[in-house]
Design a protein around this ligand. Structure first.
Ligand SMILES: Cc1cc2nc3c(=O)[nH]c(=O)nc-3n(C[C@H](O)[C@H](O)[C@H](O)COP(=O)(O)OP(=O)(O)OC[C@H]3O[C@@H](n4cnc5c(N)ncnc54)[C@H](O)[C@@H]3O)c2cc1C
Length: 350
């Protein structure tokens, strides 16, 4: 067993009490063996990666934490001359893996540069940014299933990916031990750009293919400007990134909003529903960047209305209080329910 730190030191929003145990699993076999032991004990448990999508209660003294720290990146097979399947152990840093693929000239995840956290957590909410999603390239993963206590190989289709969503997030508990991705060698170029922001920043047309490193540099810059890249120098990055997902609503509901409310076609259901901008809804419900409830150490980021920031010493309750306030304002003004993106752990009322 390792020393027990408060989870505020292991989560990017820096809240969370001290659990009963933190076990750091440095190999796949350790991860499986220890997790099975914890499950057999019947005690409360939490799988922890980089802690960048978690808000943990200040009171978690009975929780047993399994910190995923198994490392390794290896090509496992070549589909053909230009496509390679790479297996990545769950404890690898996501952004480290992206940098690795770019150095190797492999395209497919370059626009997801700078997303914090581990590779093992990435499928849980089907991470995505700037026109790419994990589900575009993930082939399969190894999963220790809480229900069966057995190891299974899950194919991408088994995970029923959606926008910031997967079968695991919706309630299939377990532990991902490794993940396989299929990446492409496009002679050092990116996949066709699907982000207006990257295209505008690089001065190229949508759909253009540009050197992989250019995409990475552009994304890292765009992220830093929004406080969406972890940095000790940026107090706005003491967050979970976006605190709310963009609501997906019927066309009928979308039509009740003012004309200038941004609407995006939801590709997942052939346009039957519409994706709205949570940031627009929050701003237009009257909550501005930098807002905080009087006396609270939780605030809206000064760079992006979607992020809730710990300005220093906030409690988990203060973070949730601000989140609830935002939800109430948006619901009162637009009758739309904002859904938190991070996983909330140990709150009886969450
Ligand atoms: C500044 C900032 C910017 C961000 N930008 C983005 C973005 O652009 N796009 C995006 O999608 N997300 C973004 N995020 C959210 C976050 O980075 C991702 O959700 C990331 O995948 C979380 O990884 P993690 O290792 O930190 O997971 P954790 O926070 O440790 O865990 C998240 C959840 O996954 C579970 N989990 C962790 N590891 C495993 C495993 N091996 N097996 C099973 N379950 C596991 C945990 O129990 C928990 O429920 C951002 C966060 C921050 C702080």
């Amino acid at each position: 067993m390792n020393s027990v730190k408060p989870l505020s030191e292991l989560t990017t929003i820096r809240v969370g009490g001290t659990p009963a145990e933190i076990f750091e699993a440095k190999t796949r076999d350790d991860l499986i063996e220890h997790t099975l032991g914890v499950w057999r004990s019947g005690e409360d448990w939490l799988v922890l990666g980089g802690g960048s999508n978690l808000v943990v209660s200040d009171d978690v003294e009975n929780l047993r934490v399994i910190k995923v720290a198994n490392l390794g990146i290896e090509p496992v097979r070549n589909r053909d001359e230009s496509r390679v399947v790479v297996r990545v152990q769950a404890g690898e840093s996501w952004d480290g893996f992206v940098a690795h693929t770019i150095a190797a000239g492999l395209a497919g995840i370059e626009a997801m540069s700078g997303i914090p956290g581990t590779v093992g957590a990435a499928p849980v909410q089907n991470i995505g940014a700037y026109g790419q999603e994990l589900s575009d390239t993930m082939v399969r993963l190894e999963f220790l299933d809480y229900v069966t206590h057995e190891v299974a190989i899950l194919e991408a289709k088994d995970l029923q990916f959606g926008y910031r969503d997967s079968a695991i997030k919706r309630g299939r508990p377990g532990v991902i031990t490794w993940v396989e991705f299929e990446l492409q060698n496009l002679d050092g170029l990116s996949r066709p750009l699907y982000s207006t922001q990257i295209a505008a920043d690089l001065g190229v047309a949508m759909g253009a293919q540009v050197p992989l490193a250019d995409v990475r540099n552009s994304v890292l810059k765009l992220r830093a400007n929004k406080g969406m890249a972890l940095s000790d120098a940026d107090p706005d990055s003491v967050s979970c990134g976006s605190f709310f997902t963009n609501p997906i609503v019927s066309d009928k509901v979308a039509r009740t909003l003012p004309e200038d409310a941004p609407r995006y076609e939801n590709e997942e259901d052939d346009g039957l529903t519409v994706k709205l901008s949570a940031a627009w809804l929050i701003e237009n419900a009257g909550i501005q960047k930098g807002y905080r409830i009087a006396g609270s150490k939780a605030a809206i980021s000064s760079k992006h209305t979607l992020a809730i920031v710990n300005t220093g010493g906030a409690t988990a309750e203060e973070i949730l209080q601000l989140a609830t306030y935002v939800q109430t304002r948006v619901s009162n003004k637009f009758a739309i329910n904002l859904v938190p993106e991070p996983n909330l752990v140990g709150f009886s009322h969450a």
